[in-house]
Design a protein around this ligand. Sequence first.
Ligand code: HEC
Length: 129
Amino acid sequence: MRLILLAAIVGAGGWGTVRLTNVTYYRDVLPIMQEHCLSCHRPGQIAPISFLSYRQTRPWAEAIEHAVVTSKMPPWMGAMPFEHERGLSLQEIDTIEQWVREGAVAGDPRDAPPPAYEDEGGPRPCRGL
Ligand code: HEC
């Protein structure tokens, strides 16, 4: 298995430039949003934009990337040391960058994590597409 992985990586252009799978909203990005963004970015909360579904999130993909790369979002990062654990890890930021670079695709709704909020669409197929 390891050899096959290695062959795939080398064959596709070398370390660092390749991932074996594409980043998708449902599998990779939504869990990050649930943990770091949806507490504010859903209806009735302080953020003006809801990111509860792919449909709502997709138009903001570039803005989301910009916001996390510049640490603008989540808003308290850096400003309040005690809340630091709520900031994104470098790997999470990387994931979002990669997602946007690859065209911010939805992926398969069945890959979605369980809903974190009552008003979230959750993993039902086709929801939010
Ligand atoms: C503490 C609440 C809170 C959290 C958590 C939060 N946001 Fe925000 N967000 C806001 C508010 C309030 C605004 C509107 C005011 C502003 O733009 O600063 C906003 C605005 C935005 C915007 C609009 C464009 C911009 O840069 O102003 C984007 C994109 C964004 N947030 C993305 C995110 C992402 C991605 C996350 C998770 C990594 C996140 N936010 C987490 C409160 C939050």
